[in-house]
Design a protein around this ligand. Structure first.
Ligand code: GDD
Ligand code: MG
Length: 398
């Protein structure tokens, strides 16, 4: 793969937020390129071997809830072979047992592809047992099962990836229509992670475009309805601290993102669809130097690197209803609003935005988000003693 070098980076304490890098060539050629040894070049060639090296240590977590089986199978077909897919499903199990159909689809696909996989239901006793053993009980509800929500599935996925000994985790939605774009996202994850000299790194995808039918033709929208607003407010928050207006954040809601396991275990998480915006807020809270926790000092000394990379493929996924988008805006902005870092100026802009969109009435305030603490406090040794991927995980280990 050949990607552009980042043109600039914004620093927020120990966090280095790189500006968007473009993909130049999806396949950058097998052989090292002499031309790129010139110090004035602007393109980075990431050799195939380096990409494959990362991919064999990379788990791709696929959160899914009642998505079409064809789409899920397409997503699996887009993953580079060496990555381990971890499907975390919250699909219906009653009447038509959609989870059982998902298991069959995944098993069948991976049997033909001779590929390892893991699939678990978010609301299963088995998953809850693992979480309970690790002492991470905040993730469990009043029935003792892992809570509903996309973030909750993702957190459980990170736990499974750690139990499987992976060094990196990536996230890809199950409702993607183009396997080719899934392939590109994962290659971007590996390319992005390979650039980091710090063990704490995150890569976020900026979609090239999101095609929509408008009138009689296609319109390739650049910004989603949620990200347009959350990017603006995240940038406003950074500007308030640095004193310089910025537009560095362009992936405030990127569902497709990847992290080094060290970073994934250290960060705090927030519930549901606020998780992605919270990543930015939490990077600033934990590593921004405003309130320093002793356990964050080693990472801060190395630096925490965030890369945003623009894909070449357009992103086409299932269209969800309007109410869902409004709830996502509310959840995304509420994590900024309730952060101890949020200034009065940004708070009042958030209120203005939520009221303008009729998401909040005049005297209402954003709901405080549910938070989950860092997985650093998860007792992996204890959980590892009962962990058996074949018994628990519906796994194919070839
Ligand atoms: N395990 C699990 N549990 N998965 C879930 C749940 C849940 O409770 N709810 C939704 N999912 C799955 C969906 O099936 C899909 O694969 C993925 O999570 C994303 O959900 P969508 O409903 O398709 O969300 P979206 O397309 O509106 O938003 C996506 O893109 C945004 C960026 O524009 C999500 O990835 C957002 O998190 C992201 O911010
Ligand atoms: Mg979607």
């Amino acid at each position: 793969m050949r990607i552009e070098l980042p043109k600039y980076a914004e620093r927020f304490g120990a966090v280095l937020l790189h500006d968007v890098q473009k993909v130049y060539e999806l396949d950058g050629g097998y052989w090292p390129d002499e031309a790129l040894s010139n110090p004035f070049h602007v393109i980075r060639h990431i050799e195939a071997e380096k990409l494959h090296q990362i991919e064999k240590d990379l788990a791709i977590i696929i959160p899914t809830k009642n998505e079409r089986l064809r789409l899920l199978e397409g997503v699996l077909s887009g993953l580079p072979h060496d990555c381990l897919p971890i499907v975390l499903s919250n699909s219906d199990t009653e009447a038509i047992d959609r989870f059982r159909l998902e298991c069959q689809t995944v098993e069948n696909f991976c049997c033909y592809a001779k590929k390892k996989y893991l699939i678990m239901h978010q609301r299963s006793e088995a998953l809850a047992d693992l979480v309970k053993n690790g002492g991470y009980t905040k993730l469990l509800d009043e029935h003792g099962l892992v809570r509903n929500g996309k973030a909750e599935g993702m957190i459980a996925g990170v736990m499974l990836a750690q139990l499987m000994g992976k060094k990196y985790v990536g996230f890809v939605d199950a409702d993607n229509y183009f396997p080719g774009s899934v392939f590109e996202y994962v290659r971007i994850f590996s390319a992005g992670l390979s650039q980091s000299s710090s063990s704490h790194a995150m890569v976020r995808i900026q979609w090239h475009s999101k095609p929509k039918i408008e009138g009689e033709g296609l319109f390739f929208a650049k910004w989603g309805r949620v990200s347009r607003i959350s990017n603006l407010l995240l940038n406003r928050l950074i500007s308030q601290y640095t004193g310089f207006e910025t537009d560095v954040v362009k992936t405030g809601n990127a569902g497709e993102h990847a992290m080094s396991m060290e970073l994934a275990l250290q960060m705090d998480y927030s519930a549901g669809f606020s998780i992605e915006t919270h990543h930015f807020v939490n990077l600033m809270e934990r590593f921004g130097g405003v309130n320093v926790l002793p356990e964050d000092v080693p990472a801060m000394q190395q630096g925490v690197y965030l890369y945003q990379i623009e894909s070449r493929n357009p992103h086409l996924h299932d269209a969800k209803e309007d109410g869902h988008v409004e709830e996502m805006i509310h959840q995304s902005l509420s994590v900024i609003y309730h952060s101890p870092l949020c200034t009065e100026v940004v708070k009042s802009e958030i209120l203005g935005e939520l009221r303008r969109l009729n998401i909040l009435k005049k005297h209402e305030l954003p709901k405080a988000p549910v938070k989950y603490g860092s997985l650093q406090f998860f007792d992996f040794d204890k959980t590892a003693r009962i962990w058996d991927p074949v018994k628990y995980g519906n796994t194919q280990l070839v």
